[in-house]
Design a protein around this ligand. Structure first.
Ligand code: IPE
Ligand code: IPE
Ligand code: MG
Length: 256
């Protein structure tokens, strides 16, 4: 059984009141940006920002478990980040390995289903292997689905999905007319998941940087200047409270 902290305990710790359960997002996506700037401000190498940033992930999965959020998708490394200096890429890859080695057992104990989304074929065989093992180990867990986007691009995902569907048509398993939004969604990297309700971006940039392009068509956006290594429970709660006051119309007229 996952341990959740009560609202009164959170208040005691100076930790905010939360919106009602039914106003909480079911799926939160996060663009973890600002590691480099965080390090630079402190006169440290960028790698130090990535090290602290990676450690923050554990805190965020715990907050989601505490708050009862069911799906979390975090952007750790974009397909376009491969063009960064090799030293930085290698450092990030070694941190991903370390993350898997250190955290998966505990995630499994906390009933978290862990998945990596992205073009995994670009990753080293040993990292691919660790990812496969982690996904296999946690595949039946139900308290939180945690998708970590590594080597991920939203345009790449749409292209990869289109290619798989085209092959299905070529083999005669599908007709082009059968391809609708529901079917398309089933072929996305993470499978048939509800789309994000809330997308958080740290680091203050007003862009989506190729994250979940198909899935965020009607997602609420929340952007904070706080740099990723400084992001914590207070900022997450601010985002949730803001989300609770949004009126989602999906093109209709609800709320008028
Ligand atoms: C986000 O931090 C992490 C990755 C993209 C891997 P950045 O490394 O982009 O940090 P800034 O945006 O340069 O501060
Ligand atoms: C987005 O951040 C990717 C991740 C947070 C993993 P970037 O730092 O790569 O985005 P841009 O380059 O500022 O758009
Ligand atoms: Mg950045």
């Amino acid at each position: 059984m996952t341990k959740r902290i009560t609202e009164s305990k959170m208040k005691e710790e100076g930790l905010i009141s939360l919106p009602d359960k039914n106003e909480l997002p079911q799926h939160v996506a996060i663009i973890m940006d600002g590691n480099g700037r965080w390090a630079k401000k402190r006169g440290l190498p960028r790698s130090e920002g990535h090290r602290v940033g990676m450690e923050k992930i554990r805190k965020i999965t715990q907050i989601c478990l505490d708050f009862g959020i069911k799906i979390l998708t975090m952007y750790a490394f974009s397909y376009q980040n491969w063009k960064r200096p090799i030293k930085e890429v290698n450092f990030l890859m070694s941190r991903f390995k370390r993350y898997l080695d250190k955290e998966i057992r505990e995630l499994n104990e906390k009933k978290v289903r862990f998945q990596v989304i992205g073009r995994a074929e670009k990753l080293s065989p040993s990292l691919q292997d660790k990812i496969k093992r982690a996904m296999r180990l946690t595949k039946d867990n139900k308290d939180l689905i945690f998708n970590l986007a590594i080597s991920y691009g939203g345009q790449e995902e749409i292209l990869d999905t289109a290619k798989v569907l085209a092959r299905e048509v070529q083999r005669g398993y599908l007709t082009p007319e059968e391809i609708d939004k529901n079917l398309f969604r089933q072929y996305l990297y993470a499978g048939d998941l509800p789309y994000p309700d809330l997308l958080v971006r740290t680091g203050g940039e007003y862009r989506v940087s190729n994250f979940l392009l198909w899935q965020i068509a009607y997602t609420e956006l929340w952007i904070t200047p706080v740099l990723w290594p400084d992001f914590g429970r207070k900022e997450f709660s601010d985002a949730l409270k803001d989300y609770a006051n949004r009126v989602r119309r999906f093109g209709g007229t609800k709320g008028e």
